[in-house]
Each structure stands twice: as C-alpha cells, then as structure tokens.
Design a protein around this ligand. Structure first.
Ligand code: NDP
Length: 448
C-alpha cells in the first residue's frame, strides 16, 4: 500500500508524541519538515518509502555513565552520549559537546542537523553527535583529563575510523581532543584518525581550528557577492568568543569588515572602534589560554560591557551568531531588522528560533542556516580524515582553497533548490539539497 501525502501539523504532532519533551529536537525537525514535506508530496517515491519518517529516527543512541574523581578525591558522575544518526552516505561524523545543558534532545537536534550539513559538504560523511553534561569550566586540567579518559573508556567501543569519527564542539577543544585521542589510542592499541580536530603533532589538519569561523564568513561573502555586494566596510555583530566566533572575527577583519561585538555566557562587549587583529589576539588568549571572561576586554580597552545581554540590540549590517542554540528570538530579530541588518549567517547550530527565521524571510533579509554556513568545520574534518588515511598532510594554502571550494559548492546547491528569482531561500535550498543525497542513498538500500 502506498503512503498518502503528509501534512505538516499531523507530522509534527506525531514527532512530539514519539519524542516527548525534546523541544530542541522538535524545533530542528520542524525547520526541515517545512521544506521537505511539500517536496516529498511532490515527488512521492520518497513519500511511499517513508524516507522522512526514517530520517528523523536515529540509527541508534548510546547513553552511558561517566564516573571520575575530582581533585578533592570526591567521585563525580556525569552522563555521556553518542547519537549515531544516519550513516547512509558515510561513517557517522559530528562533534562532542561538554556543557551542563547537554541532554538527549540537544544531541538529537544537533545529530539530525549534522546529517544534512555533512551531505551538503559533498564529502562522504554520515551524521552523528555526542557529548556529556560535564562542565569543563572551573575544572583543573587534571580533572578534565580524568573525565575525558573515563568518557572514552566507554565511547571507544562505539567509534572507529570507518564507523564513527567524533570531533570537538562547545567545551571540547584541542585540550579535550588530546586527552580523548590519547585514551582511544591506548585502549585500541592503534593509531587511526578516529577523532578530528587533533593537534598538528599527532595527525591534525591545518586550518581545522579556523575552518568553521572562516567558512561562515566565506559563505556570507558568497551571499553578498550574489547580490553584488561584499563584507568590506560592513559593521558586523558577532556573538560568542569561542572557537567559531574567534575565527569568524579574524576573517571579517581580513575582508575589511568592522567587528563591533563579541560575547560569552555572561554578556557582550561593544567596541564601536572595531576589534582589530591585536584586540582579537587578546580575546583568543583570554578565552583559550587564560579561560577568562569577555568582560575583561571591556576593562582593558575601555568600552561597554552589557551584563546578561545579547549583542543583537546593537545596530549592524551583518549578524553572525556564533555562540549556541536559540540565541536570536523573535524580539531580537525585530530589533535587528529595525536597525537595518542586511544579512545573517549562522556560525552556531540553530541559534535562531523558527519565528525569527520567518521574520527575516518576510523582510527578504539574507539568512544562512548553520547547516550550510557553518559546514566548513566538518568539511575540513573530512579532509583531516582523508589526510590521515593517506598518511599525508596538505598545506595551509591547499586546505584553505579546498575549504573555499566546498563553501562555494554549498552555496551553489542552496541556489539550485532555493533561488526564487528576487530572493534566495537558503533554508529551503540547504534542506532540499542535503535531503536528496541522503534520501537517494536510503532508497538504494531498500527498507533498512
Ligand atoms: P566554544 O566552546 O569554543 O565557544 C562557545 C562560546 O559560546 C563561548 O563564548 C561561550 O561562552 C558561548 N556560549 C556557550 N553557551 C552559551 C549560552 N548558553 N549562552 C550564551 N553564550 C554561550 O564552542 P564553539 O565555538 O566550538 O561552538 C559555538 C557554536 O558553533 C555551537 O553552536 C557549535 O555547535 C557550533 N559549531 C561549532 C563547530 C566547531 O567546529 N567548533 C562546527 C559547527 C558548528 P562561555 O565562555 O561563557 O562558555
């Protein structure tokens, strides 16, 4: 019996019933389903094979206890996860997040988005995501090491170079990847590229640290070029001050834009003179070496710090949300629009609520969803996997060119499915292009 046309409301009711309380996951599915449902109704071979229904169900979720001992000798317990979402087009690939807000809903939304993002890169990677509710903030290096070793002692059973290749995300940077990879290597007694984002001494790739931020800004430049404009002389508001935000800021500065805000979970700084390379070097040292608070920038350079506030209240031409999910609500979007924002590209995953996205679309503002604009990070992770398999290291120049080529290809795919003449719907473009490749592979496998 053939399946009937799907209706968005009925579909979302079913998703909510089957995944109770997982609000972030519902949001990520809705954002995709708004575009995919009309498409599968138009091309019923997808619908008859229930491809969308199968794609929203992860292949598997592993959840485990992580016990570790803190510096006072107290035994702590956290929860670890790996969501292996979809491996239709390659091994599972996606980051690990260590943050107290991590739960199954957050990792399912991230894993689901990762499937589409990895498909868009044109590299052979499936989608997955993992992490823990462990908070590295305020922990000593030794505590982080003991946690990572305990986490990997369970996770190593489920990953491998041809099975699942994790990377970093919020709270997981070079330090954590070092500890995780060291423990993996020890347990498996083999040296394979099972994690990406490694340091250069042990198989890491040049440009990986910069790739997500650079890629986001390359994507912004592609969107503006398509409208015969560019980043040069634009005022840019960035949120976050972690890995993605730092290198997004660096690339904006290199392309002649003026970065006026950066933030962390305590608030944001506004520097109307612009953050230049020297000031950015201060932020990178502050956040990655000293692990301090962004407020210290305001004290050093004599500008305003807005405690507990988000940067979107400041006038800007371009907004680059690079901190975390759901940081642009409808009211923030209204303020941005009233202040004349012309383009938004997401460095973070799902930083914008659906009603805020709809508002940007109503005003025909260029808006790039993270699954397209922040795919540069996973793309260079894919290139790290290739270099590890070949036991080769490519040059910085070669990798930067490959990153730019991949971002252009993603942009072209968005145009293919999202160009509506006077306006490009990048959400629709990214969703449909990401979907088709994975869906066609799933069709080829039969009912699995
Ligand atoms: P980092 O841990 O390096 O930095 C995260 C930044 O966001 C910090 O400034 C942090 O502030 C801030 N932040 C975290 N949670 C909150 C919150 N609840 N409210 C306000 N600010 C917050 O992470 P990344 O830069 O790697 O990741 C940032 C985003 O980019 C995430 O959405 C991630 O999923 C996405 N991303 C990352 C990729 C990568 O390659 N790293 C690839 C693709 C997407 P504080 O210092 O106070 O914690």
């Amino acid at each position: 019996m053939k399946n009937r046309a799907i209706d968005l409301d009925t579909f979302m009711q079913e998703v909510k019933l089957r995944n109770p309380g997982e609000t972030e996951f519902h949001q990520a599915v809705q954002e995709v389903a708004e575009d995919i449902i009309p498409f599968v109704n138009q091309f019923p071979h997808y619908n008859h094979a229930s491809i969308l229904e199968r794609m929203i169900e992860p292949d598997r979720i592993v959840s485990f206890r992580v016990s570790w001992e803190d510096d006072e000798g107290k035994i702590r317990v956290n929860r670890g996860y790996r969501v292996q979402y979809n491996s239709a087009i390659g091994p599972y690939k996606g980051g690990l997040r260590f943050h107290p807000t991590v739960n199954q809903s957050v990792l399912k939304f991230l894993g689901f988005e990762q499937v589409f993002k990895n498909s868009l890169t044109t590299l052979p990677m499936g989608g997955g995501k993992g992490g823990s509710d462990f908070d590295p903030k305020g922990k000593s290096d030794r505590e982080v090491m003991r946690f990572c070793q305990s986490f990997m002692t369970e996770l190593h059973k489920h990953i491998g170079p041809n099975r699942d290749v994790p990377a970093g995300d919020i709270g997981v940077g070079a330090r954590e990847i070092g500890y995780l990879f060291g423990q993996y290597k020890r347990l498996e007694n083999e040296f394979t590229g099972t994690l990406t984002g490694k340091s250069l001494e042990f198989g890491g790739s040049l440009i990986r640290t910069e790739a997500t931020g650079y890629g986001t800004v390359y994507f912004m430049e592609l969107m503006l070029n398509h409208r015969e404009d560019s980043i040069k002389d634009k005022v840019v508001a960035i949120s976050g001050s972690g890995n993605v935000a730092q290198y997004a800021a660096e690339k904006v500065i290199q392309l002649g834009g003026k970065v006026v805000t950066m933030s962390d979970s305590s608030g944001f700084i506004h520097d109307p003179d612009g953050i230049d390379e020297e000031k950015l070097a201060f932020i990178i040292d502050l956040k990655t070496v000293k692990r301090g608070r962004i407020e210290e920038y305001a004290k050093k350079y004599g500008c305003e710090f807005y405690q507990g506030k988000k940067p979107w209240q400041m006038a800007c031409d371009i907004a680059l949300p690079c901190a975390t999910q759901n940081e642009i609500c409808l009211q923030d979007a209204q303020t941005l629009v009233e202040n004349g924002v012309m383009a938004i590209a997401e460095g973070a995953n799902m930083p914008t609520y659906i009603d805020a996205i709809h508002l940007f679309h109503e005003h025909k503002i260029l808006y790039a969803p993270g699954k397209a604009s922040n795919a540069g990070g996973v793309a260079v992770s894919g290139l790290e996997m290739s270099q590890n398999s070949q036991r080769l290291s490519w040059s910085r120049k070669e990798l930067d060119e490959r990153l730019q080529t991949i971002m252009s290809r993603i942009h072209e795919q968005c145009l293919k499915y999202g160009d509506e003449g006077d306006f490009v719907d990048y959400v629709k473009g990214a969703n449909l292009a990401g979907f088709v490749k994975v869906a066609d592979a799933m069709l080829a496998y039969g009912v699995v």
